[in-house]
Ligand binder design. Structure first.
Ligand code: KG4
Ligand code: ZN
Length: 400
């Protein structure tokens, strides 16, 4: 794969900047602190606190996830500051009633988070941060609001600018972060890279996006029903496996090369770039019901391979069809499903065959995390927005 050299406009923050990024769009509470100096990045901290509670239900309940975010956020925030050497305690100093009143209003619907934040503000110094970044959509609305209102409170109390970040775009832009712990500069050579086709595959989304440059996107296809990750999760639930289903199915499938079970590849031959995965989940359900001996280990293993194969076949075919039609130079993957080992392998092989560049995030950056929000905010660092104007938007889209 070619080395991409990206030219970034000169910075407003000559001394460098520290970005605090907050991600709460689904069931992972992510906090990251990214330091940038003259185009060089250092990840000071990237904390992901995954909610275990959903394992019992095989899916995410928004109000339950919202509650968990409220409990996870402050500990993750403190941990991130501590790791970044930015957590400095002070003798308890009560915040004024006026300021307290504003924070109480902002966190009106986050009653579990409110006392934790007040306690923090009264006992710790303002950390040396320059920018706040927060996911404002798309995602589960009650969850998004936790992160957004947390960012708004910090912005108000510490007088820091906020950059609202689109979660889908962040899944794409995390690919542009230089390898962690490498002190190489962020370089993007647009002429060698774009146009690109991005496949964002997560628990809530499956989208094919034509990317002309950083910040310019067009959604050319998306799922009409379930997302690819959702299909992994629902199939895992049917098979009595845990949640999230993707990592479990892929682990089992890695030990079961041949499936022997035929599953449909929905919409694989349709001429558009849309997807549909709900029929695949139904096929798994019906096949499983017909098992006379119930859920035996050999059956589960074969079905895991069959589901994974079917999903990858469809994603691969549609993505490379789009790449050909739009005559792109690069394929960019992102979202939790892009952590799938088999999918990564197949996309790399096919891209090589087709002489296309391919960008895939490191596995821990494929799934939701705060670092992707930090790097996305860096690209949009001019878009600072007053905290009063920031809103969560569950249905936010990347297309203009
Ligand atoms: O991007 P993400 O972390 O959260 C959303 O934005 O939804 O994606 C989560 C999804 C879940 O559906 C999970 O099962 C799936 O990504 N996933 C995987 C793998 N790791 C996570 N799917 C397939 N293989 C994996 N290794
Ligand atoms: Zn995501």
């Amino acid at each position: 794969m070619p080395i991409f050299i990206v030219k970034i406009a000169s910075l407003r923050y000559d001394h460098g900047m520290k970005i605090l990024a907050i991600e709460t769009s689904c069931d992972d509470t992510g906090i990251s602190i990214l330091q940038e100096k003259k185009g060089q990045f250092k990840v000071l901290s990237n904390i992901v606190s995954s909610q275990q509670i959903h394992q019992n239900y095989g899916g995410v309940f928004p109000m339950m996830a919202k509650r968990e975010h409220q409990f996870n956020l402050l500990p993750a925030f403190k941990k991130a500051l501590r790791e970044s050497k930015l957590l400095i305690s002070k003798p308890k100093f009560l915040i004024s009633n006026k300021k307290r009143g504003v924070i109480e209003k902002i966190l009106e619907k986050e009653q579990e988070l409110l006392p934790q934040l007040i306690e923090f503000l009264e006992n710790y110094e303002k950390p040396k941060l320059d920018i706040l970044a927060v996911t404002h959509g798309p995602g589960l609305e009650p969850c998004l609001w936790v992160g957004v209102n947390f960012a708004k409170s910090l912005s108000f109390i510490w007088d820091l600018p906020i950059i609202p970040v689109n979660h889908i775009e962040a899944h794409i832009l995390v690919n542009f972060l230089p390898k962690i712990d490498e002190s190489s500069k962020l370089k993007v050579k647009s002429s060698k890279l774009f146009p690109a086709i991005c496949l964002v595959v997560s628990g809530g989304h499956t989208q094919l996006i034509l990317m002309k440059k950083i910040g310019t996107y067009k959604i050319i296809g998306e799922t009409r029903d379930d997302a690819a990750g959702e299909c992994f999760d629902k199939a895992a639930k049917i098979l009595g496996l845990g949640y999230p289903g993707g990592p479990i199915i892929s682990q089992i499938a890695a030990r079961q090369k041949k499936s022997g079970i035929q599953l449909p590849r929905p919409m694989i031959h349709s001429e558009d770039y849309d997807f549909s995965f709900s029929g695949l989940k139904t096929a798994v359900l019906y096949a499983t019901r017909e098992q006379k001996h119930g859920l035996t280990q050999p059956y589960i293993a074969k079905m895991c391979t069959a589901v994974q194969d079917a999903i990858i076949d469809v994603l691969l075919k549609k993505t490379f069809n789009a790449a050909k039609y739009y005559n792109v130079k690069t394929i960019i993957l992102g979202g939790g499903v892009s952590a799938n080992q088999e999918l990564r392998k197949q996309f790399q092989l096919k891209a090589k065959k087709e002489n296309l560049g391919v960008m895939i995030p490191e596995k821990n950056l494929s799934t939701d995390n705060g670092l992707m929000i930090a790097i996305a905010s860096y690209f949009h660092r001019k878009n600072t927005t007053p905290w009063q104007k920031i809103k969560a938007n569950a249905n936010l889209r990347v297309s203009k």
